[in-house]
Design a protein around this ligand. Sequence first.
Ligand code: SF4
Length: 435
Amino acid sequence: MSEQIKIVEDATCTFCGCVCDDIELTVDTEKKCITKAKNACVLGRAWFSEHGVADYPEALIGGKEATVDEAVEEAVDILLEARFPIIYGMSDTTCEAQRQIVAIADYLRANIDTTTSVCHGPSGIAFQGVGESTATLGEIKNRADLVMYWGCNPAEAHPRHFVRYAVSAKGMYTPNGKKDRTVVMFDVRSTQSTPVADIFVKVNPGKDFEVLWALRALVKGRTIDAAIEERTGVSLETLQDLVERMKSCRFGVLFFGMGLTMTRGRHFNSGALLALAADLNEFTHFVAKPSRGHGNVTGADNVVSWQTGYPFGVNFNRGYPRFNPGEFTTVDLLSRGDADAACIIASDPAANFPRKAIENLKKIPVITFDPKPTVTSQLARVAFTTATYGINVAGTAYRMDDVPIPLRPAFESPYPSDEEVLIKIKKRILERKNH
Ligand code: SF4
């Protein structure tokens, strides 16, 4: 093998919440790119191949090239002058960088929020109210004989979820993989994941809560009117059959996605599903796990929770953390026009937020951190180009089951990491505040 080619074993893919840590990367160290990503799925392969080193400026101020130090000074000016700065994103960077972001928010008395507020925020609220019967994906792989997916589409969003963790994966007590499991999918329509299911349950749009509550009632031995089918699209016989399977399985799991959390009912939906899993523990072992999208969105929840006591939508205006989704979540703050500066880390809200929020984002100074230009970085006053976590930057990312996974970078980037830039910003904020 030529000296130019390096193999990185057990590298970690941080594209989605599966955070697969069994990837073998072939790296061209001279061209600084990854030529092969063995074991990665189609999304992972694209992630690795698209993150070579490009020729972007290390920083831009008002669209003009600048050094990192100049951009740090400009960013600190913006943040210190703001009366209501907001910090948002964080789901595609290391936990080490996330820790720095929380510290900066605290020093600035800023508002801090993660992409959780637009995906599993309702689950974050439900966890506080209902609790969580939980397990790692390793336990699920080794033990689960009834696997239920509700409002998620792993075939397209988490392509290795089936093979690595939950459906065809062979475990200690599931040596025959799929043959040892029953797979149930609940959704409002069939998706690319549906063919994997032994049982597909089509729920009328917006009726997930009713179906979950009916399942809870049946688990507790209550009577349900057969008219439930007219409202929900799911017959009483189907519900009774599912309850029998749930009560008699050895180890059951309910995975749930944005098809449940971001539809009518939101945190009531997540709460009903978590309560159903808890109820089933009277009969067998049953757990519930959210299917998380971004590579380290789970890390963002964990880091923000350790530091502030709350997982997202946290406000430091009064000098102590306050949590109030709907008030301190970024879409709401921007839509109301409350924020007067925004620091966006590893996220692209200008590409996917509601129109009103984007209009207001365009009116205020924005600071961005991203390995590549994005819609948001193009409207930023200060844009940092940073190294890609997992590919150029070591550190920690949390898998969707809250298991921390170390990152093994493939090659060095000429750009600094998010953490390095954030430490500089934090240092300058402290120096200027104490001056
Ligand atoms: S399933 Fe997700 S983490 Fe695993 S290789 Fe595919 S994109 Fe990467």
